[in-house]
Design a binder for this molecule. Structure first.
Ligand SMILES: CCCCCCCC(=O)SCCNC(=O)CCNC(=O)[C@H](O)C(C)(C)COP(=O)(O)OP(=O)(O)OC[C@H]1O[C@@H](n2cnc3c(N)ncnc32)[C@H](O)[C@@H]1OP(=O)(O)O
Ligand SMILES: Cc1cc2nc3c(=O)[nH]c(=O)nc-3n(C[C@H](O)[C@H](O)[C@H](O)COP(=O)(O)OP(=O)(O)OC[C@H]3O[C@@H](n4cnc5c(N)ncnc54)[C@H](O)[C@@H]3O)c2cc1C
Length: 671
């Protein structure tokens, strides 16, 4: 964080920091995943950010579209050089998507880097979908930035339904090449980040045809532009998809092929091969291993959601400590808006959710690594559970994060609407994460498939996998006895999830018994299935969050343990109050217990209040990463707002040319 001198710090923020009663650094270590991770992150930030290239003289948002893109490419190149020459040495290859690198990149771009998909999906797909020989060929080139890649799966006509993609890759044994073709308008690849103008290579997901037979979608590495001239190759049509709500520096692109040929070896062959004579050989032991990059990215998106929400919470809490408004008691000074319980209600759940998602995200990452290790030994048994887990966690974390970032903007009143607060850009970025890498509803329905099967196993007394083990108790169909202890609340959330899953399974059974097809019965139950999946995910987050807090604070100082437990309890109570209807239905909770719960919530807000600024300081964001007039460490909110306003191109002259062209002629009746 950029602390400046104490003398520069807003006096209210200074007082807030004196009030903080826990060791901030210890909480930072927990959030980063350990002291070593914090030190590594700081080292990365020091190396990358102590150069001026990350700083824009004119704010990014004041440039026109083309200037913004060019500036983003310039900074991407500077940043890539730093990653390649210095940072990978510190982190190692496995840390490519690591929070340290991710955070640092954000200092360079307010919006999104045109290289984001290169490191975010192109390189991970080479690692996950190529044979060792193919990796040896492509990976060094990609890491050295000799080639720049995008990931083109989605088409104009299909994003969700991958099996419906229309781009074809037809094998020609005569030349040992694949012929890529876009047979219809809707088969045009659409959306891939970095594809429009930046990438010279692209991973293309296409329907594989050989010996006259279609074998479904497979990934191919496709050179699309000449490395020297950057001109698209004949047979390739590529461009930008047009202006978007956010991501405008990420040149999301379209791509069409006209009978375009690539060598056979450019098929990514870890999971399936086409031999020289055109024989198709399946290598993978699981049908869906070609979807592996998506699972990887979904896992990382949970921490991405936490990270962006933590930024928004830092901005809004610091601003709320500086901002004073209204006069609830006559004759007394205007309070800091952070003193209003309604403001605490808006903001403390954001801090708690950032913790919940970060700790759940770290746990999910470890689960992912364990499944990967199993798969390296040829065991794919735990893949369905990982898919179910990563699908619902990606959906709920990105959705919660987007909603709460918007809440942070509301909490900052008018100034939150300024782009210089960075809250609008954060929102436009995070709301896209709810859609990409699998839409919210679609992913919850994927988890629901797993849950309904698990319910059937529970009913028949079979052993259940860990994340659904709670269904075994629920199969007894008794209402759970409510208790406002942490364990009691988690049990009740599980009872709600189990009750909803059971209701879905029963509904499907009832419909099929009366002659409805299984597919139709499923569709007729999807509104409930999404709700059941969401309830399951919430119960899982509550359990993982509490479990991790208990584990990680076991050796911490008492004050850190207290504040971490207060936040985690706040998260649980908040969600109990948000879902009272469900609790009344599936637990024994009654009105007096609900009133008690409301009181407990209000007490927690008051307990957390003195530590609020300390808690957001513990996220440890440097000002360069926050990019916010409202959220900087020193709290010079009004000065920064004025400084940024003066950078607007509309302030370069005192009179705009449009006055002479239009306004004056209008006034004179000469227009
Ligand atoms: C830095 C990063 C920035 C990222 C920027 C954004 C980049 C992108 O957006 S790239 C494009 C991402 N696109 C998507 O995510 C598309 C979403 N759609 C999908 O994932 C799938 O097509 C999906 C899952 C909806 C449906 O797939 P489909 O092949 O039709 O499977 P479906 O028939 O529903 O299910 C078949 C079985 O496969 C299983 N399955 C599906 N996906 C997976 C998976 N990934 N892993 C394991 N199993 C899976 C299902 O659970 C199901 O199992 P069962 O039959 O036992 O219940
Ligand atoms: C900023 C951004 C960046 C992206 N980057 C990339 C990239 O780099 N590479 C890439 O390949 N793609 C990329 N995408 C595409 C992205 O992955 C898709 O947009 C996403 O998977 C959703 O697919 P869709 O657009 O086809 O939506 P649709 O599937 O058409 O969804 C529209 C609506 O239909 C609903 N729906 C669809 N199917 C079902 C169903 N079976 N049951 C119930 N409801 C359903 C959805 O819930 C949604 O409400 C990007 C998208 C965005 C916004």
């Amino acid at each position: 964080m950029t602390k400046g001198t104490q003398a520069d710090v807003n006096p209210d923020l200074k007082k807030e920091r004196l009030k903080c009663n826990f060791n901030i650094q210890e909480v930072t270590f927990i959030i980063d995943g350990g002291k070593d991770k914090t030190l590594q992150r700081k080292k990365i930030e020091d190396v990358a950010l102590n150069i001026a290239a990350s700083i824009d003289e004119v704010p990014e948002e004041c440039l026109n579209l083309k200037e913004r893109y060019d500036n983003a490419v310039r900074k991407s190149c500077v940043y890539s050089n730093i990653v390649k020459n210095e940072l990978l040495e510190i982190t190692g290859l496995e840390a490519l998507g690591s929070p340290g690198l991710r955070r640092t990149a954000d200092a360079f771009f307010k919006d999104v880097s045109p290289f984001m998909l290169h490191l975010g999906m192109f390189v991970p797909t080479i690692i996950g979908q190529c044979t060792p020989e193919q990796q040896a060929h492509w990976l060094p080139k990609a890491l050295e930035m000799q080639i720049i890649g995008a990931y083109a799966q989605t088409e104009l006509g299909h994003g969700t339904f991958i099996r419906g993609l229309e781009t074809t890759a037809t094998y020609d044994p005569a030349t040992e090449e694949f012929v890529l073709h876009s047979p219809t308008l809707t088969s045009t690849k659409w959306w891939a980040g970095g594809l429009g103008n930046t990438a010279n290579h692209c991973i293309v997901v296409a329907q594989l045809y050989t010996k006259g037979q279609c074998h479904g979608t497979h990934p191919f590495i496709v050179p699309i532009r000449d490395l020297d001239t950057h001109e698209p190759f004949p047979g390739v049509k590529v461009g930008d998809v047009g202006i978007r709500m956010g991501f405008n520096t990420a040149d999301n692109g379209f791509l069409r092929f006209n009978q375009y040929r690539i060598p056979r070896e450019n098929m990514m062959m870890k999971n399936a091969k086409v031999m020289k004579d055109g024989t198709y050989v399946k290598v993978a032991r699981h049908e869906k291993l070609t979807y592996g990059t998506m699972v990887f990215v979904r896992v990382t998106l949970v921490m991405e959601a936490a990270f962006n929400l933590a930024k928004a919470a830092t901005i809004a809490v610091r601003y709320s400590a500086v901002r004073r408004q209204s006069q609830p008691k006559p004759g007394e000074p205007e309070p800091q808006i952070l003193d209003y319980p309604t403001q605490q209600h808006k903001l403390f759940i954001c801090i708690a959710t950032a913790h919940a998602l970060q700790l759940t995200g770290l746990w999910l990452w470890r689960t992912f690594e364990a499944v990967l290790a199993d798969m390296r030994k040829g065991d794919t048994d735990s893949l369905p559970e990982l898919h179910a887990l990563s699908s619902c966690l990606k959906a709920v974390s990105t959705s919660d994060s987007a909603a709460l970032i918007e809440q942070c903007r509301f909490a900052c009143g008018g100034h939150g609407y300024m782009l210089s607060s960075n809250l609008p850009l954060l929102y436009s970025f995070v709301t896209a994460t709810r859609t990409y890498e699998g839409d919210y509803t679609v992913l919850l329905l994927q988890t629901a498939r797993f849950l309904v099967k698990a319910w059937e196993q529970a009913e028949s007394g079979k052993v259940l996998t860990p994340t659904v083990a709670y269904l075994a108790c629920a199969a007894a169909k008794e209402k759970v006895v409510w208790s406002d202890s942490v364990d009691g609340m988690i049990r009740s959330f599980q009872a709600v999830a189990a009750g909803k899953i059971a209701a879905c399974a029963e509904n499907i059974k009832r419909l099929t018994k009366t002659g409805t097809s299984l597919e139709d019965a499923w569709q007729l139950s999807t509104v409930r299935l999404v709700a059941a999946s969401e309830a399951h995910c919430r119960a899982m987050i509550c359990q993982a969050y509490w479990h991790e807090v208990t584990r990680l604070t076991a050796s911490c100082s008492a004050s850190v343990k207290i504040v971490m437990e207060q936040l985690a309890t706040l998260y649980l109570v908040y969600w109990a109050l948000e879902t009272t209807g469900d609790l009344l239905r599936y637990s024994t909770i009654c009105e007096s217990e609900l009133n008690k719960l409301q009181l407990k919530y209000e007490e927690l807000l008051a307990l957390i209040r003195p530590n609020a600024v300390g808690l957001v300081d513990a996220f440890d964001f440097r000002d360069e990463i926050l990019h916010s007039t409202l959220g900087a460490y020193d709290g010079r909110v009004y000065e920064r707002l004025m400084e940024e306003a003066l950078k607007s191109p509309l302030n370069e002259t005192s009179v705009q040319s449009s006055f002479h062209k239009y306004i004056r002629p209008l006034a004179k009746g000469k227009l």
